[in-house]
Design a protein. Structure first.
Length: 523
């Protein structure tokens, strides 16, 4: 006999643990777009950032708290009054808010990082939770590196956090060290030994250093966790965090085993994954479970034969359940608005009338250059319309000239939002290099190119190439992406997006420096 399934809360930390991993940083408008997509996906809690980390983080959490209504908006804080007060200030306007305080508890962290004795940790945890509780009804506590903490001491810390007012206690496997059986044992131990634990929500937070973040999170659910902390595409520190789409689809596909439900609209998984990948520039591996390009591809003849008889022979998930349509309809220049709208909806995107009109214009322009438009092309158009960093520079003209011997030449004409029109020519090692140099000369921004890659987004000889550019400027990494049937053009536009991001970041820090008092930086 099965009981009524319990609800497991999905706590998304893409904007905090995900964003803090190298190469995944996002601008404030990008964070807002991701937060809105997470709300549409149906996550219960959005951890929007770590307000004490920087003024930018503070403002992003504040913006999400002001604009995203449905989910609980959460801000991270160390167990000190400054962090906690900043988190409360950043979250002030959220209809539903949570302060998440954390403190490391393992012997390794106590000795090498904090230089604190067990007694001091207990006092700091109690004080931190109590202060947060004065400022918010909903407080979560995390004993960082819990999976490497002595069990008895961990139970004491958890007890103190509960007694001080935490309504959620999260157990992190901070360094991805635990294994499923051991982790389940840890949860059972806490449920048996930490007083008050039955009155709070137990949560799990796993990293993927040994590739077990999803398995460890699922085992924690079996052992009583009723909140899973995870990120879209599993992005996060080092090898990443527990992947939201994998853990959610495991709970759904094996519902009879887990006997729990989530509030996730699973058809939004694929579009949300694509959005986060396009914004962060972090590609999704082809063979990634649930949202990878090959997740529903059947190559072996014997598998294809089985699939033709019945999908259940080789598929345990239906592509449409995660927002991927099975039919890959091809559109062309004679396709009308209706066909495009249907395709866009089938791919899981929801555009308002103005966005759709803009997309239709771009679709027609592309259809003039490319005979057949596949799902990858449509997706690239939508994501480009949603995703590129706006101005201040626009590419008005690009001319390149390349021979097999000798340097290539490029001429760019750029227009700036302030009205300037600048023209520059440069030579380089190939047309792309020449165009990058011409842009640097025209804008006066010199960067160190770290990576340039191009990949086809769809099929056919006239497939569009998606170019990604990663540069370093003033000790920070910036990236840009663009799609075109002409890869020199997509490379050039991607490079110009990088320059735009740099200018926007500089304008942002100038404006912030001139405004309010500084937010203390995290140590
Ligand atoms: O991995 C970790 O321990 C964390 C905590 C702050 C929850 O991210
Ligand atoms: Zn973490």
């Amino acid at each position: 006999m099965t009981n009524n399934p319990d609800r497991v809360l999905i706590f998304d930390t893409t904007l905090r643990d995900g964003e803090q991993s190298p190469g995944c940083s996002m601008t404030q408008p990008e964070k807002l777009r991701v937060a809105r997509a997470l709300a549409e996906l149906g996550v219960d809690v959005i951890e929007a950032g770590f307000p004490a980390a920087s003024r930018g983080d503070f403002e992003s959490v504040q913006a999400v708290a002001r604009e995203v209504q449905e989910p609980i908006i959460c801000g991270l804080a160390r167990c000190n009054p400054e962090d906690i007060d900043l988190a409360a200030r950043a979250l002030k306007d959220a209809p539903r808010r949570r302060i998440h305080v954390f403190l490391a508890t393992s012997a390794i962290h106590r000795q090498y990082k904090l230089n604190m004795a067990q007694e001091e940790i207990l006092r700091a945890a109690a004080a931190g939770v109590a202060r947060a509780r004065e400022l918010a009804e909903d407080v979560e506590f995390s004993p960082e590196d819990a999976s490497r903490t002595e069990l008895e001491f961990l139970a004491q810390v958890v007890e103190v956090a509960i007694a001080s007012g935490a309504s959620t206690v999260n157990i992190p496997d901070t360094v991805g060290y635990t294994v499923p059986d051991e982790f389940a044992e840890l949860f059972r131990y806490l449920r048996k030994n930490a007083r008050g634990i039955d009155g709070i929500r137990l949560s799990v937070h796993c990293h993927d250093d040994l590739g077990m973040a999803v398995a460890n999170s699922l085992t924690a659910v079996v052992a009583g966790a009723r909140q899973v902390e995870c990120t879209i595409n599993g992005i996060g520190e080092r090898a990443g965090n527990c992947s939201l789409e994998e853990v959610v689809m495991a709970l759904k596909t094996r519902a009879a085993f887990f006997n729990v439900t989530t509030g996730i609209h699973t058809q939004r998984l694929y579009p949300t994954s694509r959005l986060v990948s396009s914004i962060t520039g972090m590609p999704v591996p082809r063979n990634k479970a649930v949202v990878g390009e090959n997740a529903f591809a059947h190559e072996a003849g014997i598998h294809q034969h089985g699939m033709l008889k019945h999908y259940s022979t080789y598929e345990i998930l239906r592509p449409e359940d995660v927002g991927l349509s099975r039919s890959h309809l091809v559109l062309g220049k004679h396709s009308g608005r209706h066909a495009l709208r249907e395709r866009v909806q089938a791919l899981g995107f929801e555009l308002d009338e103005a966005e759709f009109n803009r997309l239709f214009e771009e679709f027609k322009a592309l259809a003039d250059r490319k005979k057949e438009l596949y799902d990858g092309d449509i997706e690239a158009l939508v994501l480009r319309a949603e995703g590129s960093a706006p101005g201040p520079w626009t590419l008005t003209e690009l001319t390149t000239e390349a021979r097999s011997s000798g340097p290539a030449r490029a001429l760019v004409v750029l227009t700036h939002a302030d009205g300037r029109c600048v023209e520059h020519a440069a030579s380089g090692d190939g047309p792309v290099d020449a165009a990058f140099k011409a842009i640097e000369a025209a804008t006066g921004v010199r960067v160190v190119l770290r990576k340039f890659e191009v990949k086809a987004v769809s099929e056919g000889e006239d497939a569009q190439g998606e170019a990604r550019v990663y540069v370093e400027y003033n000790h920070r990494t910036y990236r840009g992406a663009s799609v075109s049937t002409n890869i020199v053009e997509s490379g050039t536009r991607a490079f110009l997006e990088v320059i735009n991001r740099i200018e926007l970041a500089q304008a942002g820090s100038r404006a912030r420096a001139a405004a309010a008092p500084p937010v203390p930086a995290a140590v």
